[in-house]
Design a protein around this ligand. Structure first.
Ligand code: GLA
Length: 392
């Protein structure tokens, strides 16, 4: 990952002018998965891995993007219509660019140089980091004031309309509003966020990237979302006030179980119980009760595994290894699932043991090593100070 000065120099060498530099973080969700598109609650943190964009305006309406991660240069023209064919990573940039420039014929084009240390496909939301960093860069260069929420909604529409993932708002919102040493309680209905202190003295947050990326993850994700929507339309026959699964208590769900064929009942049970766990996790964080938070994380994993069926053997194995380590409070898969990472809350004195156990236990079962590393809550998207030493 290049530092800002080197990135700016590289930009200068390629484009003959000095860039401004913007960035947005990846995220890990502590608890509250597959709740956001049900108008529910999530509790993510922004992490220290970031996508950084060096950017300068052009005189035309083209956006020319070089990604150092994929080693490609691509471009699109805001004056030409989008062609609906999958273009991989460029769709995230183009989708957000088109959303923020919609109806603004004066919106300028830009040259962008992108670098990132958010691992791709690890469930740490490299896509939201890409959307939000380029969205912030493009709107700032165009002198257009867009609120963090509106930028997050534009990035979400890039996923819906250009990429084809019917995601919720969690990833984009925490990339926008993340804060150092704070988790963010997201209310996905009102888009309100509440900062919850998350410095947790004496504890650490450890991620284990299984490096499993399932081809079918996007279609399975969309299928889960549509199962939830089908459930709501069935439940509304008896309870018309229910607009989303967020509006349902566990008692009501159990009372209506006869209406829901399998697997819909289990899908709903996950969402309803996960919302309650997420609110309980906020209380545990506020009182720095790591044992309570850890127990909620384990229950969340079990629910995602058996009721929502979005885990996989590698994730389950990581959770099993972690929970057997003395000093580990709790562990769960995080994000959309079907691969990606687990997140574990562990006593600071047991971090080394946990990392060793995950390396050796995973290797014994799968004959390869996962990536294991600690994270802490970091700040959201921002413009960087002009790098020193870059030619002006
Ligand atoms: C993905 C989506 C989010 C959220 C999670 C699961 O990361 O982008 O909106 O639904 O999955 O919690």
């Amino acid at each position: 990952m290049l530092d800002d000065t080197t990135l700016a120099k590289r930009f200068w060498a390629e484009n003959g002018r000095a860039p401004r530099i913007f960035s947005a973080p990846g995220r890990v969700n502590l608890i509250g998965d597959h709740t956001d598109y049900n108008d529910g609650y999530a509790l993510p943190i922004a992490i220290g891995r970031r996508t950084v964009v060096a950017a300068a305006v052009r005189t035309d309406r083209k956006v020319r993007v070089r990604s150092l991660n994929v080693g490609q240069v691509e471009e699109f023209d805001l004056d030409r219509p989008w062609t609906p064919r999958p273009r991989g990573w460029l769709d995230y940039v183009e989708g957000v660019a088109r959303a923020v420039s919609l109806g603004d014929s004066a919106f300028v084009g830009a040259d962008l140089l992108i670098d990132s240390d958010v691992p791709l496909g690890a469930g740490l939301s490299s896509s939201a980091a890409l959307e939000m960093s380029t969205g912030l860069a493009l709107t700032s260069l165009a002198g257009k004031r867009v609120s963090p929420l509106d930028l997050a909604l534009a990035a979400q529409s890039a996923e819906h309309d250009y990429v084809g993932t019917q995601c919720g708002i969690m990833d984009q919102l925490v990339a926008a509003r993340g804060r150092r040493d704070r988790a963010l309680l997201i209310d996905s209905r009102s888009f309100e966020t509440k900062e919850v202190p998350c410095a947790l003295p004496g504890a650490a947050i450890v991620l284990c990237d299984t490096k499993v990326k399932h081809e079918l993850a996007a279609s399975a994700y969309n299928q889960r979302r549509s199962e939830c929507e089908t459930s709501v339309s069935i439940l509304r026959q008896r309870r018309p006030r229910v607009r989303a699964l967020r509006d349902l208590s566990m008692e009501e769900l159990l009372g209506d179980a006869d209406m829901l064929p399998e697997p819909l009942f289990r899908r709903c049970r996950h969402v309803v119980s996960e919302n309650a766990r997420t609110l309980a996790a906020v209380r545990a964080l506020q009182s720095e009760d790591c044992s309570a938070l850890g127990a909620l994380m384990l229950a969340s994993h079990e629910s995602l595994r058996s009721d929502y069926e979005v885990s996989c053997g590698e994730l389950d194995r990581c959770v099993d290894i972690a929970r057997a380590v003395r000093g580990a409070y709790g562990s769960r898969m995080t994000g959309g699932g079907f691969g990606g990472c687990t997140v574990t809350l562990v006593d600071a004195n047991a971090v080394g043991q946990l990392i060793d156990a995950l390396h050796s236990g995973f290797e014994a079962t799968f004959q390869r090593r996962p990536d294991v590393f600690t994270v802490r809550a970091c700040e959201g998207m921002k413009e960087h100070d002009a790098p020193g030493g870059a030619p002006l």
